[in-house]
Design a protein. Sequence first.
Lengths: 526, 526
Amino acid sequence: MRALVVHEMLSAAVDHDTGAEVVDGSQRVTYGQLHERAVRLADALRQLGVSRGTVLGVMDVNSLRNLEVHYASSMLGAVLLTLNFRLSAEDLLYTIQHGGAEWLFVWEGFAPLVAPLRAAFADRWVWMADTMDVPEPGGPTLAALVATGSGRMPQEAARVQETDPFSVFYTTGTTGRPKGVLYRHRDMVLASLGIIHHLALHPGGAVATSRDVFLPAIPFFHIHGWGTALSVPYLGAKFVLPGRADAAEQLRLIREEGVTWTNMVPTQLHMLLDHADGAGVPELPGLKVLTGGSPLPTGLARRLREKGVRYSLIYGGSDQLATSISVVPRDVDPNADAAWESLACATTPLYMVETRLADEKGRPVLHDGKSIGRLHVRSPWLPSGYHHDLERSAASFVDGWFHTGDLAVGNPDGTLYVVDREGDALKSGGEWIATGLIEALLSDHPLVVAVAVIARPDERWGSRPLAVVQARAEVSESVLHEHLMTFVRRGQLARFWVPDAFAFVDALPVTSAGKIDKAALRRAWA
Amino acid sequence: MRALVVHEMLSAAVDHDTGAEVVDGSQRVTYGQLHERAVRLADALRQLGVSRGTVLGVMDVNSLRNLEVHYASSMLGAVLLTLNFRLSAEDLLYTIQHGGAEWLFVWEGFAPLVAPLRAAFADRWVWMADTMDVPEPGGPTLAALVATGSGRMPQEAARVQETDPFSVFYTTGTTGRPKGVLYRHRDMVLASLGIIHHLALHPGGAVATSRDVFLPAIPFFHIHGWGTALSVPYLGAKFVLPGRADAAEQLRLIREEGVTWTNMVPTQLHMLLDHADGAGVPELPGLKVLTGGSPLPTGLARRLREKGVRYSLIYGGSDQLATSISVVPRDVDPNADAAWESLACATTPLYMVETRLADEKGRPVLHDGKSIGRLHVRSPWLPSGYHHDLERSAASFVDGWFHTGDLAVGNPDGTLYVVDREGDALKSGGEWIATGLIEALLSDHPLVVAVAVIARPDERWGSRPLAVVQARAEVSESVLHEHLMTFVRRGQLARFWVPDAFAFVDALPVTSAGKIDKAALRRAWA
């Protein structure tokens, strides 16, 4: 019996071989070849002592090598610790230690970040290199391990259970140490496939099919590239691994490899579109993108539409996996204007996911299309708590529900509009102001590159919003104020939500997850 | 945590309410209303003593009532025994007794079939009626039970586990007593959703999306209508229940309710197309059909195409659930001629399904596009054996593999061409002749309505094929012989596969599953 185990995704791709390629730079392999390489790697690691439960730390870009380690780890029943190379050095070392890494697989480009650990890992350090050349004496390269292993599937592979741990990774909040989450094989399989199935079943957005060509621009350390490390092999579809591609290289891959599906956060998308504009590429027809960040900036949505790029918006996170994805409502034509609008904001929970809204005392908040509540989530793939962190687990995982720390508006049709982080929103005169919504509307102004709205203490109201703006060219406060007032007059924005003040910066600070670092802004401006 | 449990499919449809209707005759309910009715029914049954493990026998057409019993049974952790009303009276009573039915839910139209059991079931007999009127004294109607139950979800619902049994049903082979198979909740959920996901992910055939309007013409006793009783609520899509609709009524429903997706065996499809022709309906554009029967008769495939009906071919069975579905190969345009041809024959295993071909000694048969082998299957939803039938289990379930009793040709790309039942194929001069393939080609002749090829003993060759033909108008043996010779000349058929003789009949006998009864033909002709 084939079970909900990660390496079965790759076995399925081999059995149902479509001839599709996995592309990484000049390397092109079939899924059959990828499978053979993963088996050889697993065998080599087994001979070196890796066994069920061994924790393998991996620090690499989205590469063929990284996929090989994913599947070899699964075949051995080992636990993959995907390391976020964008963390501060201190946090990175913390996650390696807290996650219990017994081996480190390090791409040369990231070696400086973990140099202090080189000696401690000794011969349990593998260079993520495609050649046999070792950057320094003492550690094998991945290519060398693949070359030494036999082509025999490890016996352990058949003994891996759905409920065995598959991976650990760390959330990248703006406060405190990163929090770890451990997921079982079935959690990761159900959630990764859930995203793809949801997209396939709902026309109009970033529809995924077995014929699409996938480029995962979300790093694998971020929930395995939002599940693509599992779901694309499951589809047996062409898989274009971008390595450390910048926007120019992404654009080249999209055009030359025939990419039709990608995933990116809004910042990445802006850079891609800027580059396309600069390169005189007026349209990217046939491209579909799954993006996250709630709500989707109105200006970005418009730019995507102008370029002919279909999009869907996903809501989720490292500690809940996929929760909801935007869809076109059943009574709206997928090609109508209203379809694009729905796809930019209103998300529908993935099937098997339950959501509820609560006020500060835990009482239900009505799904009336306007009341803001704290979002709680329940799903088949929810972890029971944070990894080795009872205290913070107790605060967020309550009676089987995950308290997401996000604020959302529920619509009567069951869709959700996630408007802000609880820590980012402000209470002004006792009422919530969702900064995310204001940002989405401000970003619609043609001169605004990026914007963050933060709370500033206010004697009369408790706090009031301040908009910190990165502009394309000089723009006055009154122009932006008037821009928002048009939405107030249309009834789309409450008058008291309009920021009292605007500040202008050359660039907004970002976190290791690529999101705007509001904590840093609050420290500087509030 | 929401689990892989059947009634969670309906809960999901309620949470993500799209406003889609479930239609049964003049009744139209939302999924919210269906859920409430199922809860009320479950509560009423609970009060009458139905509890975890109680076996509920159901004999009804595809109705709203039948769905209510499906979901109420799931909520109570009871076991649904879906009864095949097309079985002989003797076999039907056998399955009721062998399946351990403790209650019977009987639609009035089928009452005569089970009349002898009326007294034995006493007050555990429920009339499947939408009114409060009882056809005879002593048993409540389903409507009355729904009216008496409270709207409180039974506490048992939250305790139902993925691995609890959900349903039992009986295969309808042509020899021996029907064989029972018991499926757990997760088996039925994974297999039912697997069909829908496979169809959604592969363009060109009977693609399923949340926007389709579904009419299940396969009876619910046949694997819950090939899973539609679960998968359509999961999609939250419009669900048109045909009751005992004949072809005329099906055509009316398709046109008036906007049906875009249905499932039918070839016999049903022929009747639908005949009726459309008779009613002057030249096309059924936008209709997609999932059909079973291997291989799809060439003539039927052509008729579907002429009417603009997209199709996919599914291979599976009561004792293996869904195994494979036809797809358009990745290098073929979904709109090209070759796409329609692929969709009529070459099936790809559902993801998570493994298949292999073996000869009579269990040795592997090459997937070379021509060698015929015995098809063995492994999947996450395979039962461990037949229900309370150790002897027949041991013959078919071996080391985790199900020996399907079907013969197939494997192609190098992993697709399967299921050509015949082991019992139907013949060995002639030591070589297999697959009768299904000959039938598919003969049915392409415009004068052939239906055809069955059977083995006739032959002194020299062991056996030789005889074609039993139901013709539209008079046709000579030599015309049909010449028709097959054209395929021989094209290299599509071996010369020695051409039947030595043809026999003509007014109508071919069919089994309770709607398939041609070859055992009866062999008794008559061989």
